[in-house]
Design a protein around this ligand. Sequence first.
Ligand code: GRF
Length: 217
Amino acid sequence: MSKLTLGVLASGRGSNFQAIIDEIDAGRLDAEIRLLIVDNVEAYAIERARRQGIENLCLIPGEFQSKDDFFLRIAGELKTRGVELVVLAGFMRIVRKPLIDAFPYRILNIHPALLPSFPGLHGQRQAVDYGVRISGCTVHFVDEGMDTGPVIIQAAVPVSPEDTEDSLSERILKLEHKIYPEAIRLYSEGRLRVEGRTVKITGYRPPEGHIVNPPLI
Ligand code: GRF
């Protein structure tokens, strides 16, 4: 089977991007990252791509006529490089129709909360402020809403009353780095089937030690 080709979109430090690189390097994920696109020059993800010899491109939304034009250009760049799956890794924008239409059910996102709780910015802070006892992270397909697409995998962490946004973020991030490559692996193995809001996973075995609650068939 040929390698799954990935395009990654990021806005910041890119630790999830790095986790995916590391899984590929370790031979645990049969994929190839063809392109990193960032939306600002400061994004540390660029440095990670350079170190790895991954082609990277910075596209500034303000330099486009409209948001749709920005996403149309992104779609074009990804298509040109033969990207099959688009991975949002801390990409701080709501993806618009031109990109979604170009990659139907072929865009993934990771969110630092158990969706549908606490969508949008600062999912970890929202969880701490609300006082929940359990939070976590979610990998989902991307649709036009904000963090609303069908859920692929979630992982849970306990939240204590002593937690701060930072301490909870740190705990959640460790799991993000595990479940994101895992979701990409499931996709690459053709195990994901979207039925309405539900993602069916065939033959899924959670990695040892994970508090993962996948929809098992
Ligand atoms: C992560 O918490 C992710 O869940 C959210 O943005 C953050 C990105 O972190 N979407 P990084 O850039 O991958 O380190």
